[in-house]
Design a protein around this ligand. Sequence first.
Ligand code: SF4
Length: 364
Amino acid sequence: MKPSSLYVHIPFCSSICAYCDFCKLLYRKEFAFPYVEELLKEVEGKAKGLSFHTIYVGGGTPTCLEDPLFEKVLAFLSPYLERNGEFTIEANPESLSKEKLLIAKRFGVNRISMGLESSSEKRLKEMGRGHTYEEAKKAFALAKEMGFSNLNADLIYGLPDETLEELDKDIDALLALDVPHLSTYSLTVNEGTLFYNKKIKEADDNDAADQYELILKRFREAGYLRYEVSNFARPGFESQHNLTYWHDEEYVGCGLGASGYQDEVHYTNTRNLTKYLKGEYLDSQEEEGEQDRLEYYFLTNLRLAEGFALEEFEKRFGFSFLAKYQKEVDSLIKDGLLLLEQKRVKPTDKGILLLDRILLTLFK
Ligand code: SF4
């Protein structure tokens, strides 16, 4: 299996959000230049002889790079994209300028994913976001004006003491952006973040479930399909890049803290900038046995509403899914968690939320 996707990580941000657990650093010019040099070397080595169906430049905040550096990255990556491929950049509203959009357009970027996170100024401040809601609205409008139609907006829910009424307003604001792809994530409070230090609590399971239900209902009413647990799209606007992960296909990962999957090995790069700049990219890798391969396959594919095809499973693993798991499948169907439909194994609405139960049943 040849990797069909390339992920490239730009770890710099102009400010650090209070909840952020990603691999990120405060932007500093003296680090950004050598970082990009090293990053492009890594891409050159790992992507030699390959071309990609999707390229995703994530972060961090790729758009916080200065224009010449931003241009250098996109110009370098562009020739690796197959014809009609999907080329995504992540952006933050405060750094998505007209110049950045012109550069992106020139080098074939055709999808932009941007963090809105909330429509409330108070919440944006509390989260330490570097933009206001008005700025976010303007950034989406500017991207559209410049001809980008494949746009994603992120929303965080489950904020401290957030009520359903407050979330409802956020959903109104998100839908008003009129973009074809929406991602929503419940706030998680991880060690090492400002929220963790401030002892901010995550929403309890019942509140988070009610909030998720509201999101699902409102997005569906507005014509979005939930194609993955946290991702909603108008038909034809599903993220092709993220589908690579959820189909458990191989991809090349480059940059600080990036992970990849090549030659049946999952690897993660170092988060240590000093090591990275010396070309010591790798932090850890994990070769997969048959059981791991099965676990990854279910863990990823069953996040998708479309699940997986029985035929594709058999082609990949060399045995029939139903021959091995018929008893478990029967019990999951009885519990309303799984469906067998058109020769596909699909989680139900309930199953998507209770994926752990499905996995435990399949592996007990
Ligand atoms: S902009 Fe994104 S990557 Fe940067 S600190 Fe905020 S959440 Fe983290």
